[in-house]
Each structure stands twice: as C-alpha cells, then as structure tokens.
Design a protein around this ligand. Structure first.
Ligand SMILES: Nc1ncnc2c1ncn2[C@@H]1O[C@H](COP(=O)(O)OP(=O)(O)OP(=O)(O)O)[C@@H](O)[C@H]1O
Length: 617
C-alpha cells in the first residue's frame, strides 16, 4: 500500500495566518452576527470579572478604615450579583456561538462535497480517499471549534489582558510594568512558536489523512487481505503509520508544552515580583492595603487569559493548517467544465464520431507516445460497435472520454455533429450512459440505484416503476424482486452483500434505465456466466436496436452482440468491420480474439455473414 502525498501538500505557505483564516469568511458570514453577540457576551463576562476587584477594594477600604462590619453586606451582595451576571454571560456566549458554528461547518462540508463531485476523475486518481475524508471531517471540525470557541476566546482574552493591564497600571505603574514586562516574552515566544508548530501541525494532519486512507483501503479490501492471509502485513503497515503519527503528536505536545512552560512560569515570576514590590510600596504608604488586595485579585483573574493564550495559539495554527488543507482542494481548478454558452442537440439520434482523438495521462513520461494517438471511429445511429484490443491498449480510457470523465488532449468527439465539449455536462450525460466492469452500487435501495440517472422521474411513480421493471428485465436482474424487500432492499456499502454478477447486472440496469441515445458499456458482463450473458445480450439487442452502443469486449461472446467491431491497436483504430471479415483480414484481430477467454468455437473460426448471424444461428 504505497503512500501518496496530496499533490499540493508541500506547496509554499504564502499567506499569513490571519489572511489564511479570513478565506473562511464567505462560509462564516451568516454566523458573524451570532459570533459577534457571543463575543460581546464573553467580553461583558470578562469585564464583570475584572470589576469584582474594584468592589473588593472599596469593601476592604471601608472595613479597614471605618471598622464598619455592616457596610460589608451590600458589597458582598454586589460581588455575588456580578458573579451571577458573569455566569449568565458565559452561558449566553455558548448559546450564541454553538449552533451557528455547526451551520458554518455544515456549509463548508457541503461546498467541499460539491467540489469533490465536480472535480474530474483525474483529480481523484491523484488524491487518496483518506486525505479527502480527513479534510471533510477532522479539518472542518477543527475550523468549527475554532470559530465557536478559539476565535471568541482569543479576542476576549486578549482584550481582557489589555484592560486588566491598564487597571493594574492605574493602581501602580511599577507593578503594572512588572506584570506587562513578564508577558512580553510570552508574545515573542508565540511568534517563534507559530513557525515551528505550524510545520508539525501540517505533518500531523497529513499523517492522520494517510492513516484514514490505510483504514479505508484495508476495510475495503478486507476480503483480499483475509484470502491472502495478509492481515498481519496490513497491521504492520498500519502500526508503522500510526507510530509515525504518534511521534508527530508527541512532537506537537512537546511544542505546546514549551509554550505552556513559559505561560505557567512567567505569571508566577510576575506574581512573586509584584508581591515583593507591592508589600514594599504598601509599607512606604504609596499603595493602600485595599489597593494591594485588589491588585492581586486582578492579577489572579488575568492568570487564565494569559495561560489560555498558549493553547489558543496552538488551536489557531491547527485551524490555519486545516484551512490550508481545505483550500488545497477547493482551489483545484476543474479543467472539465461547462461551456459559457452550451450548444444543444435537439432530437438526438446518437451518431457518435471520434475525430483524430488523442489522449495521454498527466503523468505519462515525456517522450512516450499518447495512449490514444489519433483515434478515428464513426458509429451510426442505432449501431452497436464492439471495441477490442489487447489489455492496456486504452479501451476503457477511450470509453471514459465519451462522457468527459477524462478530457481529450487532442482531436474531438462529436455526438450528432456537436463537439461534446460544447454541451453542458448535464445534457451530455443525458444523451450518454455508461456501465463499468467494476460495478459500484451506493448504500441505497435497488430502486434508487437503478434509477440514479433518471432525475426526471418521481422515483415512486408508475412511470418509474415501468422503467425500473424493464431495465431489470433487460439486465436479467429479476433476482432483485426476490430480495427481502424486493426493489426497496438497501444494498450494503457498494453492494457488497450482492455477488459480482448481481452487482454488474444492476449497474447495467442503471445504464439501460437512463434511456440514453448512446450506451457505453465497459465490459459490464464480465462477471456473468455464459448462459446469463446470452440472456442479457438477447434482451440488450432489443434495446440496442434503437440505441447506439459502444461496448468494450473481453469475451468473444460479447463481440457477437455487435454490428461491427473496432480494433484498437497502438493508440489507433486499425481495423473496423464485422467479426467474420476481421477474422479473415486482420492478423492482429485473430491474435486478440484468440487471446480472449471464451469457449465458443463459432467465434474463433471465420464464417459467412456477420457476427450477429453467427450467434443467432
Ligand atoms: N489514471 C491513470 N493514470 C495513468 N495511467 C493510467 C491511468 N489509468 C489507466 N492508465 C494506463 O493507461 C493504459 C490503458 O488503460 P485502460 O484501462 O484504458 O486499458 P484497457 O485497454 O481498458 O485495459 P484492459 O483490457 O486490461 O481493461 C494502461 O497502461 C494503464 O496503466
């Protein structure tokens, strides 16, 4: 299981932390009033807390100067009242920020998911699923916690420290200066800390993504791992990655411990120095005992805001990293987009033309020829064309180009004379439907899976029922009706509770139900036994009479379904004709056919007439 690093992970960090976090604003905008109210409530709570020492000062003054015990009670009541107000304000802060924070997270997650859906297959080829998963879950969760908690406390605690320092200063410039002088190294350390910590935070978040990929892959491939007895190999691999992550987390904890050390030590030093200075000032009469008392009460209140700066800074830098990881995906440029003014194909007939089509994968080494190196092929409306070639010749890639899962790197593909890049992707995918060899089903009912491409239908309407029944019949997927809840049965994750052949038949039914003008089938019958395949083919032939079809064939029996066969060889179509004519004329065709897996003797001997006649005779 090789590790793939997300392509942009190593990119330079151009933005400052504030600018990097500001990018979240469009998603956070609706929550700003609530967050501001929460911040206001938290500020009131902090100021109320800071006012308590002032009341205490008066209380001590009156008690000491007048010896007036009765005067204490109103002050005690005021302090109690202020305490209650502070508690209410803290509760209000939580109330204001918690729900809007979850809305921001949901909005970010929806945008992220929408972007993932929009990005082309080439993007998903490059990115690990675990990296995307950890960004969608952990990173967005971090952003929510920072907005609702970290940001609010950071602002409020900073204001509290500043106001508190001013109050200390008014009582005694000397003591205030001592206190502030001790806070300065903390701020300097904070800036140094950012650089070091951000790098570790990034590494830790990327490693968590790699770990998620490993878990996802091994759960997904659990059958293979068990069948090959490679559970311990997978465990070793997992343990190795988990150990790396643990190491990084310890580094992170050490970095945080470094700043905590100073955050705990410096206020204590400040306290001790102030105590010394305060007692001396009180002894010289420059400071009253009540003022000294209030000074220390204020310094004690400032202790938590000062201490909290460390973890709030760490949280802010974690969030900055999370936002970097989020925007790496969001800023990916989708090269497969809709044209500004899309063309339309009215009354689509299904004439499909490949005109000098070239394609090469992004990571193809320079100097290597294009995988598809000038493909020319014409499919007439209603024609069924089988595509064959040796393994790795680019058949699947060629079919994927028809629905723009990948984009041609040269030439063009036309449907009824219109370049498919001039159509909106929605329209294109209405005209063309695909079924793949690797049949993916979603965790949903069979009805929803099969009618996935029919957003024009009400899923439970009689019309949808008719489409569903016909598609199941054609794909020989009648087994779906025998399941516990019939077509309403939820198939498990990726349909794993069904057999490979059953999944393929449902995926085929999905392509058929889409009722496209052009059906592109990338060897969707490979997991079927020969008898079932013959039944599917017979039923498909009825459908294909009015539908243009391009079928990647890995078995000669699939070839027999076609009107004509196209031979893909070294990136080009080197021969097109009926099965029998190609058998007679093309040595490479004979080679490819003989290497395919089938035991039907009729298909490997040249015969009169076309392939369709041979099979039906
Ligand atoms: N995402 C990708 N990135 C880079 N190369 C790829 C990618 N997908 C496929 N290839 C390469 O492109 C070539 C053609 O692959 P493709 O799946 O189209 O062949 P195929 O003719 O359908 O093969 P098969 O008959 O085995 O299914 C192969 O060499 C394959 O390794």
């Amino acid at each position: 299981m090789p590790e793939r690093t997300p392509p942009s992970a190593a990119g330079p960090r151009k933005l400052g932390t504030a600018a990097a976090l500001w990018r979240i604003y469009p998603w956070a905008k609706p929550a700003v009033p609530s967050i501001a109210l929460g911040m206001g409530a938290a500020l009131v709570a902090a100021l109320v807390a800071l006012s308590i020492p002032l009341v205490l000062e008066n209380l001590v003054d009156s008690a000491l100067e007048n010896g007036d015990g009765a005067g204490i009670w109103p002050a005690v009541l005021v302090v109690a009242g202020l305490g209650i107000v502070e508690a209410i304000m803290i509760a209000l802060r939580r109330w204001f920020v918690l729900t809007p924070g979850t809305h921001v997270e949901a909005r970010l997650r929806n945008s992220f998911y929408e972007k993932l859906q929009d990005l082309p297959v080439a993007f998903h080829d490059r990115w690990q699923s675990g990296q995307l998963l950890s960004r969608a879950m952990t990173d967005l969760n971090l952003i929510r916690r920072w907005l609702a908690f970290g940001l609010v406390l950071f602002v409020v605690n900073t204001v509290t420290i500043v106001v508190g320092a001013v109050v200390l200063f008014t009582w005694s410039p000397l003591l205030g200066a001592i206190f502030i002088a001790c806070a300065v190294p903390i701020w300097i350390y904070g800036f140094v800390f950012e650089k070091k910590y951000s790098l570790i935070a990034r590494r830790s978040q990327d490693q968590a993504g790699d770990l998620a990929t490993t878990v996802e892959e091994s759960v997904h491939g659990i059958r293979v791992l068990k069948a090959f007895g490679r559970g311990s190999y997978a465990l070793d691999n997992f343990a190795h990655q988990a150990e790396s992550l643990r190491g990084t987390e310890i580094e992170k904890a050490k970095a945080i411990a470094g700043i905590w050390y100073w955050l705990l030590l410096l206020p204590d030093i400040a306290f001790a120095l102030c105590l010394l200075g305060g007692v001396w000032l009180a002894s010289t009469g420059e400071l009253s005992v009540a003022q000294l008392f209030a000074f220390f009460a204020t310094a004690a209140i400032l202790r938590f805001p000062i201490e909290s700066i460390g973890f709030l800074l760490a949280m802010t830098f974690d969030t900055r990293t999370a936002s970097d990881r989020f925007f790496e995906v969001m800023n990916e440029i989708n090269t497969i987009t809709d044209p500004e003014r899309p063309s339309h194909v009215e009354d689509v007939r299904g004439r499909l033309v490949f005109d000098d089509v070239h394609f090469r994968f992004q990571d193809t080494p320079v100097g290597q020829p294009d995988l598809l190196d000038g493909v020319d092929l014409e499919l007439e409306p209603g024609e069924t064309m089988a595509l064959i070639g040796i393994t790795g010749s680019g058949k699947s890639t060629l079919t994927a180009l028809t629905t723009r899962l990948y984009e041609v790197t040269g030439g063009r593909i036309l449907i009824d004379g219109v370049d498919i890049r001039d159509l909106s992707r929605l329209e294109l995918r209405r005209h063309m439907a695909m079924a793949f060899e690797d049949a993916t089903l979603f965790s949903a009912s069979i009805r929803e899976n099969v009618l996935l491409g029919r957003d024009d239908l009400d899923l439970h309407s009689p019309e949808a029922d008719a489409v569903l029944e016909e598609a199941l019949d054609i794909a020989q997927a009648g087994f779906a009706r025998e399941l516990p809840q019939g077509v309403e049965t939820t198939v498990g994750e990726e349909g794993l509770s069904l057999s490979g052949g059953q999944r393929q038949r449902l995926a085929l039914a999905r392509a058929v139900a889409a009722n496209p003008a052009v059906l592109v089938l990338d060897d969707p019958l490979s997991a079927l036994d020969v008898d079932t395949e013959a039944l599917v083919e017979a039923a498909l032939r009825r459908v294909l009479a009015s539908t243009t079809a391009l079928i990647v064939a890995h078995r000669p029996s699939t070839v027999m379904l076609a009107d004509r066969v196209a031979l893909l060889e070294k990136g080009r179509i080197t021969a097109v004709g009926t099965h029998s004519s190609l058998l007679a004329s093309s040595e490479h065709y004979r080679f490819v056919i003989s290497s395919l897996d089938d035991d039907d003797p009729a298909v490997s001997a040249p015969a009169e007439g076309d392939g369709r006649q041979e099979v039906s005779s």
